[in-house]
Write a protein that binds this ligand. Structure first.
Ligand code: C2E
Ligand code: MG
Ligand code: MG
Ligand code: MG
Length: 293
């Protein structure tokens, strides 16, 4: 299977390392096939407006149903895609599929527009074509630029700074929204945040976790929300699992949220029903979680 191993010489390594390497090469070859054969899927996790309690859109999250190994999480296959360059066609497919889906839901919803967030790897910035790819996909799918949000980690701001800044400015000029994912876990400085055309900070789940009843450490999450406010950026809290976390974030003035409390990432059919059903994801003041399974 691992044809792409080529003529590499691995004999000097310990057998366990060889096994790990073979496994990785197999996965790489399989991922290539999966992309060609359309075996990847997107699941969608709703984003909730904490002021109106409505689902305003979704984050698209890639899923790989491997024919033998079952569901492989993105934490496993995205790094392989990044290391091999497969992230470029994979990322293009995710963008296309997510935009197509958002346009479809918007059309079915009499007048409401679906916001769609797509994760973009720092590796997709390596070649200076990302803005062209995004422009083409917006045109082909009919997706309004303002409804697309690109999520990237702080590493995009910290590496190849000038090249990446230029690409982000081009993306910004298209009218798309730019978000920093997992904010607070990287090393970006305030100077970088001001210099880059970032619209949204996504507060990493680890800070939201600490808002739970047992620990209740609000300082870090609150600092990020206030930072976003003072820089004129929106804030999205990731990983809300309990009502107490939701209440604390709403109190701080955090505008948007995602998490298992509202819904896990779900297949397109379920996500469509969530949006088109349009019931508030959670009553503005009440405590009981609403099951969306
Ligand atoms: P991310 O972009 O930070 O996505 C959020 C992750 O947290 C998702 O994991 C989601 O399922 C999970 N999550 C959401 N709410 C909760 C919660 O309440 N509790 C807990 N414990 N987890 C929650 P997932 O889908 O496994 O994705 C993991 C990461 O893989 C993503 O993190 C993103 O960095 C990457 N990824 C996924 N799809 C893509 C893609 O299409 N392209 C790229 N470049 N990366 C992707
Ligand atoms: Mg994300
Ligand atoms: Mg995140
Ligand atoms: Mg993450």
């Amino acid at each position: 299977k691992a044809k792409s191993a080529g003529g590499g010489c691995y004999a000097a390594y310990h057998p366990d390392m060889l096994a790990g390497l073979v496994e990785r090469l197999e996965l790489e070859a399989d991922l290539r096939v999966a992309l060609e054969r359309g075996q990847l899927q997107l699941h969608y996790q709703p984003t909730v407006d904490l002021v109106t309690s409505e689902v305003i859109g979704f984050e698209a999250l890639a899923r790989w149903q491997h024919p033998q190994r079952g569901l492989i999480p993105p934490a496993e296959f995205i790094p392989i895609a990044e290391a091999t360059g497969l992230i470029v066609p994979l990322g293009r497919w995710v963008l296309e599929e997510a935009c197509r889906q958002a346009v479809e839901w918007s059309a079915q919803s009499d007048g409401r527009s679906v916001k769609m967030a797509v994760n973009v790897s720092v590796r997709q910035f390596d070649r200076a074509e990302l803005a062209d790819v995004v422009a083409r996909i917006l045109a082909e799918t009919g997706m309004p630029a303002a409804q697309l949000c690109l999520e990237m980690t702080e590493s995009v701001l910290m590496t190849d700074t000038d090249d990446n800044l230029e690409q982000l400015l081009r993306l910004k000029a298209l009218g798309v929204t730019l978000a920093i994912d997992d904010f607070g876990t990287g090393y970006s400085s305030l100077a970088y945040l001001r210099r880059f055309p970032v619209d949204t900070l996504k507060i990493d789940r680890s800070f939201v976790e600490r808002l739970g009843a047992l620990t209740d450490d609000t300082a870090l999450a609150d600092t990020i929300v206030q930072l976003g406010k003072s820089l004129g950026m929106a804030t999205v809290a990731e990983g809300i699992e309990e009502f107490g976390q939701l209440a604390a974030l709403r109190e701080m003035g955090c505008h948007f949220a995602q998490g298992y409390y509202f819904s896990r990432p779900v297949p397109a059919s379920e996500a469509g029903a969530l949006f088109l059903g349009s019931a508030p994801a959670v009553a503005p003041t009440a405590t009981p979680p609403v099951s969306v399974e």
